[in-house]
Design a protein around this ligand. Sequence first.
Ligand SMILES: C[S@@+](CC[C@H](N)C(=O)[O-])C[C@H]1O[C@@H](n2cnc3c(N)ncnc32)[C@H](O)[C@@H]1O
Length: 276
Amino acid sequence: MRDCDCIRLLQWALPRMRMRWRGFRKVRGQVCKRIQRRMGALSIQDVDDYRAYLVQHATEWTLLRDLCRVTISRFWRDKAAYCTLQKEVLPTLARQVIQRGDDSLHVWSAGCACGEEPYSVALAWQLALRNRFPSLTLQVLATDIDRDVLARAKRACYGHGSLKDLPTGWRNMAFSRTNDAYCLHQRFILPVTFRRHDVRDPPPGKRFDLIICRNLVFTYFDHKQQRAVIGHFVNALAGGGAVMLGTHEQPPADDRRLTAWPASPGFFALRGTQRG
Ligand SMILES: C[S@@+](CC[C@H](N)C(=O)[O-])C[C@H]1O[C@@H](n2cnc3c(N)ncnc32)[C@H](O)[C@@H]1O
């Protein structure tokens, strides 16, 4: 399948799945390869024939949605954002939790891929913050729609490339090397619980101090779905809580329920509740 044919197909199909082409432009290569394989399995050569097949077979859309799932991630992805998380946002949230008399800081990582994101938070907490806040425990709920990535997340073993952005020394402290894989030590795994969940559904809990949703909703979903998911975040966030988005992501301009967290690019608070 030629690149221009795949682009044409995606530009037609994505809006029908409430997703947007803009998010897929850079990562279309892997998605197009999967679609090509699927067309091969159906003995369809031409993109227009696959389009006709989609029109005639409603169930094919579920499969196409799965083929369009991008699962790229790595530890400490976007160093500056994780530094802000560790040095500014988590300490502020920890103080708030203590002030309200609780003993756990609750985090939800939505679209957690193979665990790189929730484990990055566990690493920051255990290696840099736990001793400052000894009365607090960290509890991370990590969710994803994809059962395969969740199974890999629970194994917690990674290739070298997944760890290349981690702060110097943390890799040696937190992982054991076995053959070509780096496997995370148990004490960093324990604070994280994995669960299958679709971020478009009502949230998997309430009163999260931090919701992390990076490189998913605000990259791939259309405007209507972005607004719907913000509604779920509003219901799930504790007073004074923070939402962490990807470095190039913003809530939709016409949605004023989230507002920038003071001096922390990529972080947002519920309008009217931010403490900073
Ligand atoms: C590009 S990865 C981002 C991983 C991580 N948040 C990061 O920024 O490194 C997107 C993840 O979202 C998951 N995902 C896609 N659609 C989803 C949905 N509707 N609900 C929950 N997770 C979803 C994918 O399976 C994938 O693991």
